[in-house]
Write a protein that binds this ligand. Structure first.
Ligand SMILES: [Zn+2]
Length: 462
């Protein structure tokens, strides 16, 4: 009510008019009406009312827009509440599902080492259904290790522990077994070769040998448990660069283990770090003596996988094999060491279609190392050098001078491996020798066809 009598006197209005007209305030204003001031007052009152109404409309506008804003805010808030409620509902549903699935789940841990703390999706149950056909095939060296996803390999490993009677005989908690295996999986790196599938291959070959050689009739269940567990753990957290690199590059591992089998020591240490977590310790209920025996046995086997010790271990075994005594602990330990060595390098025992891709994986890992050695100015082993090695040359020597002599020695104790394991090795050797002859012939042709190119290459390498 700005222009009402409370706020505006007629004088104020007159001043306003004068200002608007640009005349001095004391100018006499006349509305040219004979009744004079009365009319002026009326006009002013009407003007004031018009203004007042206009201002009221503005007030109303302000109020309406304030109210609108408030309503909008409320709608927004209510909307947020709806979203919140929906979110809560989802959270509750997820929580309920998680609680339901808890029983089927592998565990998660809280640990400073990131790799020891698996937090991952858990494979759904159907993955764990192994067909009877798979279960039978799993016992043979010809098992196709490429057909399976990680979940399925985990399921196979789990099956082996059950099938060998280890879960029953040692009263292993089956849930802990699942959690332990998942943790093992998470602690293998995605290297081209030294990855979880390699772990699976080695363990599956061990299982095959246990079945094929009826090792359960010769060994105690403790020995079987050690053989399987060492196979599962034998390359844990492998960085993809071998001991030679570790030593030459003076890596943390080489320094920690004083250049003595740094990788194998590390695999073993990681294995027992995992067992130190109660949720993953399949031996948690073992009495201290039993645990000590398992621990010592596992360490011995994992350390035996260092190929730098190949000659030493095989020679020791050769001395015992003709007079082998299963009651002699030293003999048994030596045999177990040779068995894990056999399994570790057993890819060429598998059918050609299964074995060959592993050569590419190994060379990929080797080339990764030799490339790095070249850039770091470290010595490069010829068998790792992409300029010098081919698939046949990489395999022939290894099969002839490492694999066949070792498996033929084991064959003296277990003649049944000749057909299933040694024969495939001989066939693989012959196949790679043929491939090498073809390679050599091609190179010879290449030399005649492109002499200038060859010479150019030679100049470049000089
Ligand atoms: Zn290995």
């Amino acid at each position: 009510d700005l222009f009402g009598p409370r706020f505006c006197s007629p004088c104020d209005i007159k001043d306003l008019f004068c200002t608007a007209l640009g005349v001095p305030r004391n100018t006499n204003l006349s509305l040219l009406d004979p009744s004079g001031e009365e009319l002026f007052q009326n006009v002013l009152t009407q003007v004031a009312e018009q203004f007042s109404r206009a201002f009221k409309i503005n007030e109303l506008k302000t109020e309406v827009s304030n109210r609108l804003a408030m309503l909008e805010k409320r709608v927004e808030l209510e909307g947020m509440k709806v979203v919140e409620i929906d979110k809560c509902r989802n959270d509750i549903r997820n929580l309920r599902e998680e609680m339901i699935s808890r029983n089927h789940r592998y565990c998660s841990f809280l640990e400073d080492n990131k790799k020891l703390t698996p937090r991952r999706d858990v494979p759904s149950y159907p993955k764990y259904m192994l067909s009877q056909q798979t279960i039978e095939a799993l016992k043979k060296p010809a098992f196709d290790v490429w057909l399976w996803e990680a979940n399925e390999m985990l399921s196979c490993l789990e099956h082996m522990y059950h099938d060998l009677g280890l879960v029953k005989d040692f009263n292993i908690n089956p849930i802990t077994l699942k959690r332990w295996l998942l943790c093992i999986h998470d602690n293998y790196r995605n290297n081209p070769f030294h990855n979880f599938r390699h772990c699976f291959c080695v363990t599956q070959m061990m299982y095959s040998m246990i079945c094929l050689c009826s090792l359960q009739e010769k060994f105690t269940q403790v020995d079987i448990l050690i053989l399987m567990t060492a196979a599962v753990c034998h390359d844990l957290d492998h960085p993809g660069y071998n001991n030679t690199y570790q030593v030459n590059a003076r890596t943390e591992l080489a320094v920690r283990y004083n250049d003595l089998s740094p990788l194998e020591n590390h695999h073993c240490a990681v294995a027992f770090q995992i067992f130190s977590q109660p949720d993953c310790n399949i031996f948690s209920h073992f009495d201290p003596e039993a645990f000590k025996q398992i621990r010592q046995g596992t360490i011995t086997l994992i350390l035996a996988t260092d190929m730098a010790r190949h000659g030493e271990i095989l020679d020791s075994f050769k001395q015992k094999v003709d007079i082998f005594d299963y009651t002699d602990e030293e003999h048994v330990t030596c045999l177990k060491m040779v068995l894990i060595k056999c399994c570790d390098i057993s890819n060429e025992v598998r059918p050609m279609e299964v074995a060959e891709p592993w050569v590419d994986c190994l060379l990929e890992e080797y080339f990764m190392q030799s490339d790095r050695e070249k850039t770091e100015g470290l010595p490069v082993a010829p068998f790792m050098d992409r300029e010098k090695v081919t698939k046949p040359t990489a395999q022939i020597g290894f099969i002839k001078f490492v694999l066949i002599p070792m498996f033929e020695t084991v064959m003296k104790l277990f003649p049944q491996i000749e057909e299933a394991m040694v024969q495939p090795l001989r066939e693989s050797r012959d196949r790679y020798e043929e491939l090498k002859q073809i390679d050599d012939a091609m190179n010879e042709v290449g030399e005649h066809v492109k002499p200038d190119h060859r010479r150019e290459e030679e100049v470049n390498t000089v």
